[in-house]
Design a protein. Structure first.
Length: 423
């Protein structure tokens, strides 16, 4: 996989997730507030996608990309913003040229941008918290996940404010919003993305929140804006000297508890929820060979996977009183489950149906999940380009996550399912 320095493509290993799809039913009312409510649909959360939208914006299929986002009912695209790329020469210099087309295309399509700030310019005292497991051909440059020196937290906060202002420019006051939040790093609780301590992410997010609040009070934005801490990967704890040889780390629950601390922070919390494991024995009771209901085993699996995904969100909401932004979630149309769950032929026949059921189940469940402000699906396309041959093998858990086919760009069943659920 080749990923440019501004991409947020994630193929890092994720572990668990937990609670129910809409079929299971969740208590609580729909949360409607600020601009997380979709003005066109009345959803209590912002729907959209996480993908390589910065690269797509300068491709031959740029216009089609936003059209496909809208066809799913999506109203937001998540993309990386490298601080060192925008302000390489100091706090008073800006180079937004790399983002001009994305901003224009998103505004024309009435789609919001959720920018995710990463990186640190040399003048801001970059700090690399921990060594990363890069491996051969790492898609990210070594300095991409550095954070600034605490002495430059004020500069970081002002940059977060400038990011919001950039994507908030030229807004039709009577039209839909073009931005409603900025996210501070991506999966900081993993070594893949820098292993930034929770306390440091809290400091950066609060620095950004203070500056955003100041600009909000001064009337510098077209509407309410929020700061979101970097979406946490739902990883389990690893002890030193673990058999796999991975660096030690906290569980996501421990990290989140430390992130929000004992006093309410000034920011919302980003979270990622996936399920890549297989169901426990006995979960799936219907055989594949079931002529009256050939799809029954697939339905059982889809309900289980959706319940696992939504459940982690529920756990996160129990740990913090802050609002949660689900800035990544997803399901494969061809894999993400061990081969011994389904035969290859059954997976081929019903994979798209499973993906559609999982995503629509999560989307429906979140309508009744309090304090969830966004649901961004990873990904729009199944690969780095709209219509490439897939680079992942059919046995990979990351194969065919996109809701559009990676070979011919055609919509999968998940497109219609999301369009109906997000309507």
């Amino acid at each position: 996989m080749t990923v440019s320095e501004n991409r947020l493509s994630r193929r890092s290993l994720l572990k668990r997730a937990a609670l129910a799809a809409a079929a299971i039913g969740l208590g609580g009312g729909i949360v409607v507030g600020r601009r997380a409510e979709n003005r066109e649909t009345g959803l209590g959360y912002l729907p959209g996608f996480n993908d390589d939208f910065l690269d797509y914006s300068v491709s031959s299929f740029a216009a089609a990309t936003m059209t496909k986002v809208r066809a799913c009912g999506g109203r937001c695209v998540r993309t990386g913003v490298d601080w060192s790329r925008v302000q390489p020469d100091g706090p008073d210099s800006y180079d937004w040229s790399a983002f001009a087309r994305l901003r224009s295309e998103a505004q024309q399509a009435a789609v919001e941008v959720l920018p995710v700030i990463s990186g640190c310019p040399e003048w801001a005292g970059p700090v690399r918290t921990a060594g990363r497991r890069t491996g051969t051909g790492s898609p990210y440059p070594p300095d991409y996940f550095r954070t600034c020196s605490p002495a430059h937290d004020g500069d970081f906060g002002r940059f977060a404010d400038s990011v919001i202002r950039y994507f908030d420019e030229s807004v039709d006051p009577d039209g839909p919003p073009t931005i409603s939040a900025v996210e501070i790093t991506n999966e900081p609780n993993t070594w893949t993305f820098g292993a930034v301590p929770a306390a440091r992410i809290s400091e950066l997010a609060n620095a950004a929140s203070r500056q955003v609040a100041e600009s909000q009070s001064a009337g510098n934005y077209s509407g309410p804006m929020r700061v979101v801490s970097g979406g946490l990967a739902p990883v389990s704890a690893l002890e030193p000297g673990n058999p796999a040889g991975y660096p030690a780390r906290q569980s996501w629950q421990e990290y989140l508890a430390e992130l929000v601390g004992t006093a309410p922070p000034e920011f919302d919390v980003g979270f990622h929820s996936y399920e890549l494991s297989k169901p426990p024995p006995g979960t799936l009771t219907t055989p594949e060979d079931n002529p009256p209901q050939p799809y029954a085993r697939a339905v059982e699996f889809a309900i289980w996977q959706a319940s696992q995904i939504v459940g982690l969100i529920d756990q996160a909401l129990e740990i913090t009183d802050q609002d949660i932004w689900l800035t990544e979630t997803g399901a494969s149309s061809a894999s993400t489950w061990s081969q011994d769950i389904f035969s290859p032929g059954y997976r081929l026949a019903h994979g798209q149906e499973i993906q559609a059921e999982v995503l629509s189940g999560v989307a429906n469940a979140l309508k009744a999940t309090t304090r969830c402000r966004a649901m961004l699906v990873h990904r729009l396309f199944s690969d780095e380009l709209a219509e490439p041959p897939p680079s992942e093998s059919s046995d990979s858990p990351y194969y065919q996550y996109g809701v559009y086919d990676s070979i011919n760009g055609r919509p999968k069943l998940a497109v219609e399912a999301l369009a109906q659920t997000w309507a």
